[in-house]
Write a protein that binds this ligand. Structure first.
Ligand code: NAI
Length: 286
């Protein structure tokens, strides 16, 4: 049978998660997605009304099919973690079983196992604030949504990730070099995510022969990136300074994810793979 992938962090057709879903589907994988609870309704409605049909087309002319969409909020591990105000929130009350543990249980019940786990989500409520102006609450929220969410996902999915499977997340170079404007502790969150990629590669590799890698992606005008406010500047900077002077397409990141998930990458684990037109290799702007 083909491989089965669970992709956390798909809520429209503009982000990396969507592009990864398309590339994996084009390679024959079955696609399950986890969509942030507050974004679920509009995503499902748009999908049903055909709003994404143009971007659902795969290279062979067929359409991306998402076998099942699971509501997910990756900052909560189990129902005991959910505060009353969230439980009472009407955007949440309409869905159920959206904590990480419950989603993993539902996927197990529905499908038994998966082969590929993708984490394509991040959130930093104070991302527009410099680190020196970031509150403890904002900093910890960034780490919770953008870093620990990955530890938690892998922890809960590992029992149903088939041996030989692959797990992938998305990171950004602000973890290792100064990128003014990527604030609120998001640079710290990506540094944690990259460090965790190495430790998790060791633990998941020894435990279940699972590979764990992260893609350090160049700038893309996604919904999340637009919220940061500097995405156009980053894209201009990249096309002016990167070795490859072309726009980065989300599909190029999708294809790298498919490679990492495939047997072609069977000895690659614990790695940060740059898919950024080479911008990371520059030492000065030109
Ligand atoms: P996106 O907006 O398509 O994806 C982010 C997703 O995270 C959204 O679907 C959002 O609903 C979801 N999300 C937020 N909080 C959540 C939570 N608590 N539980 C579940 N889902 C939640 O944007 P994009 O940019 O494609 O982001 C995907 C990944 O790519 C992120 O890790 C981001 O940091 C990374 N990345 C993005 C770059 C860019 O320029 N767009 C550059 C490098 C990395």
């Amino acid at each position: 049978r083909g491989k089965r992938a669970f992709i956390a962090g798909v809520a429209d057709d503009n982000g990396y998660g969507w592009a990864i879903a398309k590339s994996l589907a084009a390679a024959g994988a079955e696609i399950l997605v986890g969509t942030w609870v507050p974004a679920l309704n509009i995503f499902e409605t748009s999908l049903r009304r055909g709003k994404f049909d143009e971007s659902r087309v795969l290279p062979d002319g067929s359409m991306l099919e998402i076998t099942k969409i699971y509501p997910l909020d990756a900052v909560f591990d189990n129902p005991e973690d959910v505060p009353e105000e969230i439980k009472a929130n009407k955007r949440y009350a309409g869905s159920s079983k959206w904590t990480v543990q419950e989603v993993a249980e539902s996927v197990k019940q529905d499908f038994g196992s998966i082969d590929i786990l993708v984490h394509s989500l991040a959130n930093g409520p104070e991302v527009t604030k410099p680190l020196l102006e970031t509150s403890r609450k904002g900093y910890l929220a960034a780490i919770s949504a953008s870093s620990y969410s990955y530890v938690s996902l892998l922890k809960h999915f590992i029992p149903i990730l088939n041996p030989g499977g692959s797990s992938i997340s998305l990171t950004y170079i602000a973890s290792e070099k100064i990128i003014p404007g990527y604030g609120g502790g998001m640079s710290s969150a990506k540094a944690a995510l990259e460090s965790d990629t190495r430790v998790l590669a060791f633990e998941a590799g020894r435990k279940r022969r699972i590979r764990v890698n992260t893609i350090s992606a160049g700038p893309l005008r996604s919904r999340a990136a637009k919220a940061i406010g500097f995405i156009d500047m980053m894209m201009d900077y990249s096309s002016a300074n990167a070795p490859l002077q072309k726009e980065l397409s989300a599909d190029e990141v999708g294809n790298a994810a498919t490679f990492l998930a495939s047997p072609l990458a069977s000895a690659i684990t614990g790695a940060v793979i740059y898919v950024d037109n080479g911008l990371n290799a520059m030492g000065v702007g030109v």
